[in-house]
Write a protein that binds this ligand. Structure first.
Ligand SMILES: Cc1cc2nc3c(=O)[nH]c(=O)nc-3n(C[C@H](O)[C@H](O)[C@H](O)COP(=O)(O)OP(=O)(O)OC[C@H]3O[C@@H](n4cnc5c(N)ncnc54)[C@H](O)[C@@H]3O)c2cc1C
Length: 458
């Protein structure tokens, strides 16, 4: 086979979870053997976003972050390190009845592969990833560099253009710019725009010290109604920062009005804020749980996050550009999407490093072969659960998502194409059970959900 030059100048669009995971993993894996390696991340915002609330990391996501050195950086961040979650307590919102726990542990109380769940502020996770990048000699992150387009027609290089008129040229572009990806819609798969799922998260952070009543859960709880759910979770070891997310169907017109109001004057914004607060209170305030009533009474600032998805089976690569993370496969809500994004980065790194002199087209094809089926399966499962529930006027899709089998890494053997073999080892710390797709049984998920249907009052 003809030998091709290994990409040395790698441009990454987006400093989200996928982009930063790619930068760290490529730098760690390739630096020792590729002289002159240069990895540059371009992020459109002015700095790590302060919005977005808290994110749930599954045991698998934690395992991957540990491999990248991010978990230890996070653990050094004191109260910003997030809170370990071993169970999610479920309640009926109306009656207050405890429905049972969902566990992030095996039957011995051990985390999968040594890892439990974690709830952490998105901003803290970004800062931990950036701290690891700062230790890498050849990796730079530029903020305030919004990509607007580019070209990948040249056989030997790829160029990005930015909204400030600048350009950057490299050997390889990784499009990690999220669900509304410009890399996808302008370069790789024009026309493949994100679609609204019909579901939105309405989120808020409250100082728990401002509340007088004790909470009825230890760390994290989901409160179910037949049509929506309310997640409440502490995000710090001191249990002071309380994250709430109302997860419900929201009409697309309201989303548009919300987005328009954000660009208008304070009066419009204040009026929209009141509407959102009213929506949450109407849906959740009639609860037998006094702490929930107080929380909703107290909380004024709610932010709306509509959930978008990317049409399945769209194109993932073109020329010298590859899409990863949500840019390639944003799915309906599923609390493991971050794990899929980090896994994309790890698998691509392995394929690239084992096939340094293969043409990029063969490397991209090999990557797609390794990823497509797993991602499709996850997407199908997520969509089926949400759709069938919504059709029935039920809303336990999110809970089923939470109960979905702990996502494990695929083990892909030697295959054709560029002759790439990929193994992302899943073994974690100690002798605890590793996180696999079988960690929670699908059967119990379905029977539990059926059981809940009688328990959850509308
Ligand atoms: C409301 C909500 C709640 C969620 N909760 C969870 C959860 O609890 N657990 C979980 O695992 N997953 C969760 N997810 C999914 C998870 O957030 C995503 O799967 C994950 O963030 C994808 O990472 P990413 O890096 O691909 O994209 P993103 O995190 O979206 O990062 C993309 C980055 O690219 C930047 N960017 C965009 N356009 C440009 C451009 N033109 N030029 C330069 N930079 C650009 C963005 O500013 C951003 O920094 C949730 C999603 C939503 C919407």
């Amino acid at each position: 086979m003809q030998s091709h030059a290994m990409p040395r100048d790698i441009l990454i669009v987006g400093a989200g979870i996928a982009g930063l995971a790619c930068a760290i993993s490529l730098s760690q894996e390739l630096t020792p053997s590729i002289p002159g390696l240069k990895i540059t991340v371009y992020e459109g915002t002015a700095g790590p976003s302060a919005s977005g609330g808290a994110i749930s990391l599954t045991p698998t996501a934690q395992n991957y972050l540990d491999k990248l050195g991010v978990l230890s950086a996070l653990n050094q961040m004191g109260s910003d390190a997030g809170i370990e979650v071993d169970i999610i307590e479920l309640f009926s919102l109306r009656s207050g009845r405890r429905l049972g726990p969902l566990r992030f542990t095996d039957e011995n109380g051990l985390g999968y592969g040594g890892y439990k769940g974690r709830r952490v502020m998105r901003n803290a996770l970004s800062r931990a990833m950036l701290a690891v990048i700062e230790t890498r000699p050849n990796t730079t992150v530029h903020f305030d560099k919004k990509v607007t387009g580019g070209s990948t027609t040249d056989d030997a290089s790829v160029t990005l253009t930015f909204d400030d008129g600048a350009t950057a040229t490299g050997d390889l572009v990784l499009g990690c710019d999220g669900v509304h990806s410009v890399t996808r819609t302008r370069l790789v798969d024009p026309g493949n725009r994100s679609e609204y799922t019909g579901i939105a998260f309405i989120q808020s952070i409250t100082d728990a010290h401002d509340l007088s009543l004790p909470m009825h859960f230890n760390r994290t709880a989901v409160h179910l109604t037949r049509h929506s759910s309310l997640l409440t979770s502490y995000c710090d070891p001191d249990r002071r920062m309380l994250f709430s997310a109302a997860i419900l169907r929201v009409n697309e017109h309201l989303i548009e009005r919300y987005q328009t109001a954000a660009k208008l004057d304070c009066r419009e914004q204040a009026s929209m804020k009141m509407s959102i607060r009213y929506l949450v209170r109407t849906q959740f305030a009639k609860s037998a749980l006094p702490a929930i009533r107080e929380l909703l009474d107290h909380t004024e600032d709610w932010a709306l996050y509509p959930v978008y998805q990317v049409r399945q089976r769209g194109r993932w690569h073109k020329g010298r550009i590859l899409l990863l993370g949500d840019a390639a496969h944003a799915m309906p809500p599923r609390d493991e999407s971050a794990a899929y994004s980090i896994e994309d980065a790890l698998i691509f790194t392995q394929i690239l490093s084992q096939n340094r002199h293969a043409p990029l087209s063969a490397i991209f094809q090999e990557y797609e072969t390794a990823r497509r089926e797993l991602v499709n399966r996850a997407f199908d499962a997520s969509r089926r659960l949400w759709q069938s529930d919504l059709d029935k006027g039920l809303f336990p899709g999110h809970v089923r998502g939470l109960m979905s089998p702990v996502h494990g890494a695929p083990i892909v053997g030697k295959s054709g194409g560029a002759g790439v073999g990929v193994v992302v080892a899943n073994a974690g710390k100690g002798s605890a059970t590793a996180a696999t797709h079988q960690s929670f049984s699908d059967l119990s998920v379905y029977s539990l959900t059926r059981e809940f249907q009688g328990e959850i009052d509308s």
